[in-house]
Design a protein around this ligand. Structure first.
Ligand code: UD1
Length: 417
């Protein structure tokens, strides 16, 4: 088992360079099997989710070559075999193989995906989309078989603008016959990145980044080269850490527009920032004002940044409120923040945070990926030593986190116990 130890209350100075986006990467890797040739993707983050998806590719007999930050995927000798539970349970996004395999072979067989326990996380919208394209879905225990005699374009309205369903339907539809229109599609930048990748291979997708996406099916997808966008959630996490401990901290290689909602909130609570074309420099202010926020789909305040942002609000003067609207189980970090000295109560889907309260190191748990990021942020702020367990969650999404934070002055290490 791995634990993370952080000795907090240190000023952080220097530059943190942001890696490729996890949530784009986890869709791009399965999407790559849709080509009949070779796909090269660069700026791939070295995180355990990437490894888990490469394991699935190899199980499907896809040729995978890794070289520092890039990956070359060649599905020439691929076999469409069932994806075993030991592979699919490692991450939620393994479900993108359903759409990609269905799109390429008209059949996918895999076990229900795993991932963070932040809510019920149904995949009904994905499956309804596949059915609309002509597929039959059979569910045996936690195994799903999705198959179609013929995949035909359709008009699909999503009851909720789900990121996963939008991408999965896009993957299934690129090689379907005719035109698919997804209405109330999710607009997250990762969707645009995946659509660009597919278009580079020869797909005909328009409207990605808006709530209506049109996909005209094609017979063949070819060779391509693609770059993963910077990770807006990793960027947001380090910007929040900068607002807690920066003296100053530069968060580099980002697309500031992708974290607009966060930057507005930081400005509102009194955090000093310099916003450049591809960076943000952030410093800890004298004091922070309280605020209220609600998570929302993009371009609203990202649910994935809600947990780290809560840490910042423990330092605000007065009462702040955070309402979670996307996931029903995303306050698991709160008891641990309270054990570090915060004063937070949760009722229904709203956390009420009273501040400011000094945080003091203790033993805490990373209950999920972004709760883990919140624990790191809190531990960097807290006086004394904090020990974080279940660190595996954090390593699923933050590339070289120990090295990046050490470089700017943090005392942080991972130990195997
Ligand atoms: C993606 C992100 C995750 C982020 C989330 C919301 C990836 C790999 N993960 O997750 O980090 O927190 O977007 O921004 O990109 N829903 C249904 N039925 C479905 C699908 C979703 O009811 O078939 C519900 C979910 O339970 C949830 C909401 O829709 O309440 C949002 O889910 P969705 O946008 O699909 O999130 P993910 O794609 O799983």
């Amino acid at each position: 088992m791995k634990i993370m130890e952080i000795c907090g209350a240190k000023e952080l100075t220097g530059t943190i360079r942001i890696s490729g986006a996890k949530n784009a990467t986890v869709a791009l890797i399965p999407a790559a099997i849709l080509t009949d040739e070779e796909a090269t993707i660069c700026n791939i983050p070295e995180i355990t989710d990437t490894e888990a998806l490469c394991d699935i590719l190899e199980a499907l007999n896809v040729d995978v070559k890794r070289a520092s930050e890039s990956i070359i995927i060649n599905p020439e000798n691929m076999q469409n075999i069932e994806i075993e539970e030991k592979f699919s349970k490692k991450l939620r996004a393994s479900y993108y193989f359903m759409g990609a395999l269905l799109g390429k072979y008209k059949k996918a067989s895999m076990y229900f995906p795993g991932g963070c326990s932040i809510g019920a996380r149904p995949i009904d919208l994905h499956l309804k989309g596949f059915e609309a394209l002509g597929a039959k879905v059979t569910n045996e225990g936690n195994k799903y078989i999705v198959e179609a005699e013929d995949l035909k374009g359709a008009n699909i309205y999503l009851d909720f603008a789900s990121v996963g369903a939008t991408i999965n339907i896009m993957l299934a539809a690129v090689r379907a016959r005719g035109t698919t229109v997804i209405d109330n599609a999710a607009k997250e930048p990762e969707i645009v990145n995946v659509a660009t990748f597919l278009n580079n291979m020869g797909a005909k997708i328009t409207g990605a980044g808006t709530s209506t996406i049109k996909i005209v099916g094609v017979d063949h997808l070819g060779k391509c080269f693609h770059e993963v966008i910077p990770d807006r959630i990793e960027a947001g996490t380090y910007i929040i850490i900068g607002a807690l401990c920066g003296k100053p901290l530069k968060v580099d290689n980002i697309i500031p527009e992708h974290v607009d909602a966060l930057l507005s909130k930081l400005d509102e609570i009194g955090v000093d920032m310099e916003i450049g074309a591809d960076y943000v420099v952030v410093s800890k202010p004298e004091k922070y004002k309280a605020t209220s926020l609600k998570t929302a789909v993009y371009p609203g305040f990202a649910t994935d940044l809600q947990q780290p942002f809560t840490v910042l609000l423990t330092q605000s003067n007065g009462k702040s409120k955070v309402t979670e609207t996307i996931w029903e189980n995303r306050f698991m970090h709160i008891p641990y923040l309270n054990s570090l000295g915060a004063d937070i109560s949760v009722k229904n889907q709203t956390a009420t945070i009273m501040g400011p309260h000094k945080l003091v190191g203790t033993e805490v748990v990373a209950t999920d990926l972004r709760a883990g990021a919140a624990m790191v942020a809190a531990a960097l702020l807290a006086e004394g030593k904090t020990t974080i367990t279940n660190v595996e969650h954090i390593l699923r999404g933050y590339e070289h986190i120990v090295e990046k934070l050490t470089e700017v002055g943090a005392k942080i290490e991972i130990k195997e116990i």
